[in-house]
Design a protein around this ligand. Structure first.
Ligand code: ZN
Length: 59
């Protein structure tokens, strides 16, 4: 998850995950906020991240 340090327009953000199941872009403050929400949600359901929490750490 990368987001600009400030929300000065125009803003753009990328979201991706090691599992490769989520790759999204967002533009605009509301879009970026939605992207962050979606990414945070994904982290709770991501099979790869949940796998990593079971004792082994990804390099
Ligand atoms: Zn994932």
């Amino acid at each position: 998850m990368l987001a600009p340090p400030s929300f000065d327009a125009p803003v753009e953000a990328w979201s991706w995950c090691s599992c490769d199941r989520i790759k999204r872009t967002a533009k605009g403050r509301s879009g970026v906020l939605q992207l962050i929400e979606a990414h945070n949600h994904h982290r709770t359901v991501c099979p790869l991240l949940n796998d990593a929490q079971e004792g082994r750490k990804a390099a």
